[in-house]
Design a protein around this ligand. Structure first.
Ligand code: CTP
Length: 429
């Protein structure tokens, strides 16, 4: 749980700030909102007050009924100076959307409203999410202002490219999706050592595979699968937020990267295997979330196979190595190995248990890929986690990040158990 201060300035994308607030509260954070006077033309105070259960401030001269406290805090018995107290109490200050005007004021150090005055007095991480019309964003004045903010250590998330909120407009300037903004804010909080108490994976090295491998048929085509990498990346983000040193071997994943995580990009099962074998000995835990091809074309063609003269075609395939079974066979006693079992059908748990035992794993995470609401591209998941003692646990259905948390709780407990006597001594660097 963190205290998120949200500053909303006056752009059409202000409506997305409502969703950001809702998601932040759903994730367990305590949120206070300040608005610029113009932003009230787009979204009213009452909406934010309703969601946060706390007053919204606009002017630095208005009295804060909560005395600068966040919803989880006691109101102080005096009236502190609002723009100092909220800045002191928050763990991160998110300014979203930040209009061209607000970005310019932040860059010059203006303090003419509550939002800008707070930015000037805030010593916590600040995240600015500009959103505006394409021409305003690419204007050299705005570009220079953004660079100024960055040079002062403020995190500026680049706006997205696509349809803008105002009808018919297209270009760069879209506010990122609220869930992505929240993930970015959580990363900043996690990087700020003073902010978060429980860092259950501090000092651990976790190797995670994500995505789906591609086995070439020729230089253009491949045999692949629908894994998006979302689950593996969510585990990586959560593990990094809990203090782990995280390496992700990413097989064809087109998702945003977390600066707190190291990534190694691979394409085929053989490349993924080489990379896992190279990094496994230095890891305390391996989480194998990637969907690895079981078969590869025996003889990929050079160039592009031509259609002319063929009635049909047969591709001869050969089995790939089972990477998990390989590393599990050579693992040290202090290492934890987690596999995934994506199954479609009624024998989900029996099949997952069979894989757990035959591959020699410590945990297996089973999910039902026939349910489209928790499928490959979905942001949600529902899993059953089975341990080598065959005890099965079913955390509540939730975002992939929340499910990642449940998996990592088990990993942390197992590692602590295995490593307790040796205190993680003697690992290769
Ligand atoms: N896996 C692996 N190497 C492979 C295939 C799978 O390491 N060549 C890993 C996956 O990353 C996953 C686990 O094994 O963590 C189970 O993968 P899954 O595809 O469900 O099982 P398979 O053993 O391939 O069996 P089947 O495809 O027949 O269900």
């Amino acid at each position: 749980m963190a205290r998120i201060l949200l500053g909303v300035s006056g752009g059409i994308a202000a409506y997305k700030a409502l969703e950001f607030t809702r998601l932040a509260i759903k994730a367990g954070h305590s949120v206070r909102v300040v608005q610029t006077p113009d932003s009230v033309e787009f979204v009213g105070k009452a909406s934010f007050e309703g969601i946060t259960g706390a007053p919204v401030l606009i002017s630095q001269f208005e009295r804060d009924p909560a005395g600068g406290a966040f919803p989880d805090q006691q109101r102080p018995d005096h009236d502190p100076i609002g723009h100092l107290e909220l800045a002191a109490n928050c763990d991160v200050y998110v300014i979203a959307p930040a209009t061209a005007n607000t970005v310019a004021k932040l860059a010059t150090g203006f303090a003419d409203n509550m939002l800008t005055a707070l930015a000037l007095s805030c010593r916590k991480p600040i995240l600015v999410a500009p959103a505006m019309n394409n021409d305003m964003y690419v204007n050299p004045a705005t570009r220079a202002n953004v660079e100024t903010l960055r040079s002062r250590g403020i995190t500026v998330v680049e706006p997205g490219v696509g349809e803008l909120a105002s009808k018919g407009e297209f270009g760069v300037g879209r506010l990122p999706e609220p869930a992505d903004l929240l993930a970015e804010a959580e990363r900043l909080i996690a990087g700020d050592e003073a902010a978060f108490a429980p860092r259950s994976l501090d000092g651990l090295r976790i190797l995670i595979t994500a995505g789906g491998t591609r086995e070439p048929i020729d230089e253009v085509r491949f045999v692949g699968n629908r894994s998006s990498g979302k689950m593996g990346f969510a585990i990586a983000d959560e593990a990094a937020a809990r203090g782990a040193e995280v390496t992700v071997v990413a097989a064809n994943v087109a998702l945003a990267r977390n600066p707190a995580v190291s990534y190694i990009d691979v394409s085929t099962a053989a490349e993924l295997e080489t990379s896992v074998n190279e990094h496994f000995s230095g890891a305390d835990a391996l989480v194998m979330a990637a969907a690895v091809a079981d078969f590869r074309p025996v003889d990929p063609a050079a160039g592009k196979i031509k259609k002319a003269g063929r009635e049909g075609m047969t591709i001869e395939m050969q089995a790939t190595n089972d990477i998990l079974a390989g590393v599990a066979g050579s693992k040290r006693d202090d290492q934890v190995i987690v596999g995934f079992a994506a199954e479609s059908g009624t024998d989900l748990l029996a099949e997952a248990t069979r894989k757990l035992e035959s591959k020699g794993l410590d945990l297996i995470v089973a999910n039902d890929i026939s349910d489209p609401s928790i499928g490959f591209e979905s942001g949600d998941n529902e899993v059953t986690i089975i341990g080598s003692d065959l005890v099965a646990e079913r955390p509540p259905r939730g975002s992939k990040r929340a499910v990642a948390g449940a998996i990592l709780d088990r990993v942390a407990a197992l590692v602590a158990d295995l490593q307790a006597p040796t205190e993680r001594r003697g690992r290769p660097a």
